[in-house]
Design a binder for this molecule. Structure first.
Ligand SMILES: [Zn+2]
Length: 415
């Protein structure tokens, strides 16, 4: 029986592990972790940009305290995702224990709406994030403690502290509540997840709509300021001229996919044809900072399509389809039983036509009369594991491995 492996392919991304605190410019620091944290020490207190995941709260607090004894004046969320806004509890605790006033939390107004949605859909968030991030059973996949912003803004917000200006700009990209921060005196940008050393994660198969052209716009605005240092939402800090390339190439990739999808929609193309035809130009596909290690271009194409079109795929047979089980029954009967289907699926697997093989196995497993065939579950587990090994996208990899584990489990339980 196949035992799904847990290792990821070499090209997996990987969320950079915790690397401690680094001074990137005088009094400006970054902590590389999941996700990145930035902080700036001024004469009037510390400004923190993002707070990583809940579990890293204490680590961040300690890193800040290694460098400065000044009170934390403000905390900015670049957006309301779990890996940016949920380590804040430790900074609030820090203020309380030191007898400082609590830092004010600043975020875009849509963060409030996001937190409300997360709380309403707590069960769904737990369910989908467990698959997306491969969270083991028994460990909570989402935090339960929310610290809403004290100050929200609509389009722009800026404040001065010490002798520095903190300019907060709203943008939409991976989320509709994103802020990026520009400190003109330092020529530093904290970009949040507008940059993350992966192909932009638009079209995540589990998540709500994301925004390709607005994402490109935000990156073009960042480049136009000619920053010297850019701290991305994940991964290493980007310096100097490279910032221009990373921002503008990412923007160009997003605009390219947008234009290609829209062009085909205007020609009356359906989603299958669009997915088949649209590919990134080679010069963009080969950039290390656009590697499809988290999101990937096909997911982006789905998202752009979903944004501008409905769910209908162009085939009237699919408008009110028969139940999957009824179609499977017909196909299994037509094949004279499961044997021919499984034999062909194995041959396809051998010929490395893994995806086609999966469709054939599904006819067997979707048919209630043959759904308990141990052999078919084992084959599906092997096929899904092969798919996992072929993909570089962390999200796709985890979806395939989750399926492979489930099929192996069913196979084990069948005598
Ligand atoms: Zn993130």
């Amino acid at each position: 029986m196949v035992k799904p492996k847990n290792e990821k392919p070499q090209t997996q991304p990987v969320f950079p592990q915790y690397k401690g605190v680094e001074e990137i410019s005088p009094k400006v620091y970054s902590i590389t972790t999941f996700g990145n944290v930035g902080f700036v020490v001024t004469d009037e207190g510390v400004v923190v940009v993002d707070t990583a995941v809940h579990q890293f709260g204490e680590l961040i607090r300690n890193d800040i305290r290694k460098v400065t004894d000044a009170p934390i004046h403000s905390v900015i969320y670049t957006h309301g995702h779990y890996d940016h806004a949920f380590g804040v509890w430790a900074l609030l605790k820090d203020a309380e224990e030191r007898g400082d006033p609590p830092p004010r939390i600043i975020a875009h107004e849509n963060v409030v709406r996001r937190f409300n949605r997360y709380r309403e859909l707590q069960g769904q968030q737990e369910f989908i994030n467990r698959i997306q991030f491969s969270v083991p059973e028994g460990v909570s996949a989402v935090p339960k403690e929310y610290h809403y912003p004290d100050v929200t803004y609509h389009d722009r917000f800026s404040f001065r502290l010490g002798d520095l200006t903190f300019e907060l700009r709203f943008g939409m990209g991976e989320t509709d509540d994103a802020t990026w921060v520009w400190i003109p005196e330092k020529k530093v940008i904290f970009s949040g997840d507008f940059l993350l050393w992966s192909f932009p994660n638009i079209g995540n198969p589990f998540k709500v709509q994301r925004y390709e052209t607005e994402w490109a716009e935000a990156l073009e605005q960042m480049a136009s300021l000619h920053p010297d240092i850019l701290v991305p939402g994940h991964g290493p800090v980007i310096l100097g001229e490279k910032i221009q390339k990373v921002c503008l190439d990412t923007a160009r990739a997003l605009r390219y996919l947008h234009e290609e999808v829209v062009k085909r929609l205007n020609q009356g193309a359906w989603i299958e044809q669009i997915l088949e035809e649209v590919q990134l130009p080679e010069d963009l596909a080969n950039k290390s900072y656009l590697a499809p290690v988290y999101g990937c271009p096909p997911f982006v194409i789905h998202a752009i399509h979903r944004r501008y079109a409905g769910w209908y795929d162009g085939n009237p047979s699919h408008l009110f389809p028969s139940k999957t089980v009824d179609i499977a029954k017909e196909v299994v009967n037509l094949a004279g039983g499961t044997e021919a289907l499984l034999k062909r699926a194995k041959a396809l697997k051998k010929a490395e036509e893994v995806q086609l093989a999966l469709h054939l196995v599904d006819f067997v497993l979707d048919n209630p009369e043959t759904a308990d065939l141990k052999d078919a579950h084992e084959l599906k587990a092997e096929l899904l594991q092969a798919k996992a090994e072929q993909t570089t996208s962390f999200i796709a990899h985890n979806i395939f491995m989750n399926g492979a584990r489930r099929e192996s489990q069913v196979a084990r339980e069948l005598k």
